[in-house]
Design a protein around this ligand. Structure first.
Ligand SMILES: CC(C)(COP(=O)(O)OP(=O)(O)OC[C@H]1O[C@@H](n2cnc3c(N)ncnc32)[C@H](O)[C@@H]1OP(=O)(O)O)[C@@H](O)C(=O)NCCC(=O)NCCS
Length: 186
């Protein structure tokens, strides 16, 4: 696919991508509701379209934040994925995707998920700079600051978790037993 080098700053509003699809019987899990994996795949696709439109390059998925499935989505519902760039780093962007499910017969629409996906712009098989994100509204500005904070907390959390995992790996059997004993009592 041809890629254009475009580092012209872009407004949040110009990054918005909306994709909608009716959920089919093939999307159902063993309870007849829509598979979580179907929704995650569409979130990923929407994040790809949003980040690639923003950067003018092919983007790849670097990470997914936690996605909670608060209520089931039914087969036959129209599911919409609305993506926009909420934070832009040097070569990566955070895309926020809001998911809505609509019962098209009753005309009732509900918000089912919010997902945040970090996408990295790629050129010549290497991460490449993305344009600056222009935050015009108060919401844009707050979301940008939240995205920056989420990124910092992600890094800090990963380091902290790895430090503790390394301690577990280096512990003696007696120390592990003591830790387990403590967990059972607490
Ligand atoms: C994502 C990827 C390109 C990063 O490559 P890398 O050599 O680590 O690149 P860098 O260290 O230069 O980081 C590039 C950017 O990605 C971000 N990044 C890297 N790994 C990340 C992760 N796990 N989560 C979030 N952001 C990440 C960095 O913070 C950096 O952002 P910035 O430029 O805005 O500061 C590389 O790990 C990759 O190709 N992963 C596989 C992607 C893929 O195939 N996805 C689909 C899976 S099926």
């Amino acid at each position: 696919m041809e890629q254009t080098l475009t580092l012209t700053p872009k407004r949040v509003t110009d990054t918005r991508v909306e994709m909608s699809q009716v959920m089919e019987p093939g999307d159902a899990n063993f309870l007849g509701k829509v598979f979580g994996g179907t929704i995650l795949a569409k979130i990923d696709l929407c994040a790809y379209a949003t980040a690639s439109r923003f950067s003018g390059t092919i983007c790849v998925t670097a990470s997914f934040d936690r996605v909670d499935f608060l209520e089931p989505i039914e087969v036959g519902e129209l599911v919409s994925f609305v993506g926009f760039v909420s934070y832009a780093g040097r070569t990566s962007v955070e895309v926020t995707i809001e998911v809505y499910a609509e019962n098209i017969l009753k005309g009732v629409k509900r918000h089912t998920n919010t997902a945040r996906v970090t996408m990295v712009a790629i050129r010549d098989n290497r991460p490449t700079p993305v344009p600056k994100l222009v935050c015009e509204t108060r919401d844009d500005k707050i979301r940008f600051l939240e995205g920056k904070l989420r990124r910092e907390l992600r890094f800090r959390h990963r380091e902290e978790r790895q430090r503790i995992f390394d301690e577990y790996a280096a512990a003696t059997d007696a120390e592990l037993d003591e830790l387990l004993q403590h967990e059972r009592l607490s």
